[in-house]
Design a protein around this ligand. Structure first.
Ligand code: NAD
Ligand code: UGA
Length: 459
């Protein structure tokens, strides 16, 4: 079959894989190649065991793989043939040198740009899909323009707003698509080509066009605002535990104001995921680099409250279990940073488990999808950790259960059976407020919900 256009995506990760699968599904006349330097990842994308767990992803991949969607490690040829290149490589926090711990590490991004220059033989549109610091496109253009082949590259920003666990739904029915470009004739034309991809299934009125810098910065700001809501409600959960106010009731009452809204007001053990922390710290770094100290301090507080929330959770476990958890068995239910994903990047469970181990507890971990990643995260410090594939086994003979991820299946567990298999007094710390606390208390548990009065049997 002759395809209308060749699209390449560099980076076959959580964003590149699902995003391109959905574009392939909705645009059968485009040929989509997804490439990665990680050969193993590409192998997995070509197998029945995809490297990313997302509900419905496998179904979509099966419909298009080998038809108009191809996964390969041949970056050179991919670049050569492409008319449009989406760059979706990782942009983690820099761990060395200037800006370490704050700024974006753009080495993967820059290497990609260099490769595009090296292998290109015709004009192309380069799409920033990765989340990038504002004005990255300028640096990118400088690299691209350094080519001596008289090739024209037009840079477009098209940040991704999908959430893990709902990636396919978010891609099929996004609330908006953002396309930023230069306001020149070439820039507008390039943006239109990207818009044309999305209008295959998304109404035009949902597609926002902005200048390049607004698009780049909007992505950082969107994540910062979402994280800000979580830190706001989490900070109030601490106050609830002191005052017998109830965080769920507060979220409901406050969220009923349509100016505030009810989403992203669930208090928990803290936000995780590969992006919130890195994107906020990046925003802080950018603000500071422009001398905007107050702006930087304001946003940095969101991350500090998140760390406080994780610390607070462990502190409460130790304090309530008579100030020692040494030699006690704690069952950790949920290691993923949120439900419906196996991803553990920046999961609060990593910090919490490490602290429990520092307090010399024995930890058993159960998670329906994230055990393999948990093993990687705790490698070298897990001599007192047991990874279980059965939640009942994880809880057996434990002194306490800590709920760290809001997996739906936890609600359906037989807590009577669990209670009778545990050491007494049995504790449960519901870091996500997903269980029926009254019922657990009736069974015999000492229940510590987050941001609510504890239900105990102690006199
Ligand atoms: P990821 O780590 O899962 O995937 C990135 C992939 O890029 C990796 O497989 C890596 O091997 C590959 N790569 C790196 N350098 C390369 C190179 N030079 N050539 C070819 N491949 C290369 O990352 P991700 O979660 O998909 O995130 C990608 C970007 O999207 C980040 O900027 C992130 O902030 C942003 N983002 C992520 C999400 C999310 O939910 N994960 C959502 C929106 C935006
Ligand atoms: C987030 C954003 O929601 C996406 O729009 C964005 O594209 C993405 O980051 C990104 O740039 O990577 P994601 O991290 O996948 O998506 O998941 P979220 O649903 O946002 O959850 C993030 C964290 O916040 C999780 O740990 C979750 O448990 C926590 N959270 C979320 C709460 O503690 N309370 C809430 O009310 C909502």
């Amino acid at each position: 079959m002759k395809f209308k256009k060749n699209i390449l995506c560099i980076g076959a990760g959580y964003v590149g894989g699902p995003t391109m699968s959905v574009i392939a599904l909705k645009c059968p006349e485009y040929k989509i190649n997804v490439v990665d330097i990680n050969k193993n990842r590409i192998k997995e994308w070509n197998s029945d065991n995809l490297p990313v767990f997302e509900p419905s992803l496998m179904e979509v991949v099966k419909k298009v793989r080998g038809k108009n969607l191809f996964f390969s490690d041949d970056i050179k040829n991919g670049i050569k043939k492409a008319d449009i290149i989406f760059v979706s490589v990782n942009t983690p926090i820099k761990t060395f040198g200037e800006g370490a711990g704050m700024a974006s590490d753009l080495q993967y991004w820059e290497k990609t740009a260099q490769e595009i220059v090296k292998y290109s033989e015709k004009d192309k549109i380069i799409v920033e899909k990765s989340t990038l610091p504002v004005r990255t496109a300028q640096a990118l253009e400088r690299i691209l323009k350094s080519n001596s082949k008289n090739i024209k590259f037009e840079v477009v920003s098209n940040p991704e707003f999908l959430s893990e666990g709902t990636a396919i739904k978010d891609l099929l029915e996004p609330e908006r698509i953002l396309v930023g470009s230069h306001r020149t004739k070439g820039g507008i034309k390039a943006a239109q080509e990207i818009i044309d991809i999305y209008t295959h299934w998304i109404p035009r009125k949902k597609i926002i066009s902005t200048n390049l810098w607004s698009s780049e910065l909007s992505k950082l700001v969107a994540n910062a605002f979402l994280a800000q809501r979580i830190s706001s409600i989490n900070s109030i959960s601490a106050l609830c535990e002191k005052t017998d106010a109830d965080i769920t009731e507060i979220s409901y009452a406050v969220g009923k104001d349509s100016r505030i809204g009810h989403k992203f007001l669930n208090a928990g053990v803290g936000f995780g995921g590969s992006c919130f922390k890195k994107d906020i710290l990046n925003l802080v770094y950018i603000a500071r680099s422009y001398g905007l100290e107050e702006v930087a301090d304001y946003w940095e507080m969101i991350v500090k409250i998140n760390q406080y929330q994780e610390k607070r959770f462990v502190h409460r476990i130790v304090k309530e279990m008579f100030n020692t958890i040494s030699e006690k068995k704690i069952a950790v239910f949920g290691f993923a940073f949120k439900a419906n994903t196996g991803d553990t990047r920046e999961s609060p469970a990593i910090y919490i488990t490490k602290k429990l181990l520092e307090e010399r507890a024995f930890v058993s971990i159960y998670d329906p999808k994230a055990i393999d990643n948990a093993k990687i995260d705790l490698k070298g410090i897990d001599s007192k950790v047991k990874y279980e594939i059965d939640p009942y086994k994880a809880a057996k003979n434990s002194n306490a259960i800590a709920i760290l991820t809001e997996w739906e299946e936890f609600k359906k567990l037989d807590f009577k059976k669990i209670y009778f298999s545990m050491k007494k007094p049995a504790f449960i710390f519901d870091g996500r407020n997903i269980l029926n606390h009254k019922k657990l208390h009736e069974i015999g548990f000492n229940v510590y919900p987050l941001g609510k009065t504890a239900l105990t049997h102690f006199k």
